[in-house]
Ligand binder design. Structure first.
Ligand code: FE2
Length: 214
């Protein structure tokens, strides 16, 4: 076989071969605004982008905590909780995309990678191991409250700066979704009897007296 057979075999395919291992400078550094014609000044966009990236990092963390608990849940309520956690995961995943695309439409850059999210989130890190359902739910409720607290503050800032789109996203999507999920979770931590009603003390006394009189 001639020495240059490989080269000869590739002859004529130059335009259809992928060009691999390409590198170049970023087209926009993180933290800078690429001004778009949306009738908002750059300072307003920068403020909203910074706020939304914080909510984004915390929403990604909360979303992933739901998946962790979806996989690791244990106990006699396994099926119900397993499904509920995944439903909330999907809803948080929708929020992640909505927030990230709002950031991009303000001319900013959305956080995306796990390393950057881990450095930014204010939600406390859970252990890698499995935990009981009440602990899982408590962690999720705590995370929801972090998101709700910052979203309320940021929604007010967005109104004050005239960024109605960001205000609407924070109120209509982030706050409403999180509040509803908090309700669904918190009701699981109400300690009510599963089968036998917890009768009032006076009724219990009457029953025990009539039982001992027999
Ligand atoms: Fe699953």
């Amino acid at each position: 076989m001639p020495k240059d057979s490989k080269t000869n075999n590739q002859a004529g395919t130059e335009r259809s071969c992928p060009i691999l291992h390409q590198h170049a400078h970023e087209i926009q550094p993180y933290g800078k605004i690429a001004k778009l014609p949306i009738a908002l000044d750059e300072a307003t966009c920068a403020q909203s982008v910074e706020n939304l990236n914080q909510v984004l990092a915390d929403t990604i963390t909360l979303r992933d905590m739901y998946k962790k608990h979806h996989w690791q849940v244990a106990g006699h309520t396994f099926y119900q909780i397993h499904l509920l956690f995944d439903k909330h995961y999907e809803e948080q995943n929708e929020l992640v995309d909505t927030i990230a695309e709002r950031i991009q439409s303000l001319g900013g850059i959305s956080l995306a990678m796990a390393h950057d999210v881990a450095e930014t989130t204010i939600i406390p890190r859970p252990p890698r191991g499995r935990e009981e359902v009440p602990v899982q739910i408590s962690r999720l409720l705590e995370a929801h409250e972090f998101v709700l607290k910052e979203a309320r503050t940021m929604a007010k800032q967005a109104v004050d700066s005239g960024d109605d789109g960001t205000n609407d996203l924070l109120v209509s999507d982030v706050i409403r979704t999180n509040e509803l999920q908090v309700w669904f979770l918190a009701e699981h931590l109400v300690d009510v009897p599963l089968v036998r009603a917890d009768a009032p003390t006076s009724e219990k006394d009457t029953k025990s007296k009539s039982a001992s009189a027999r």
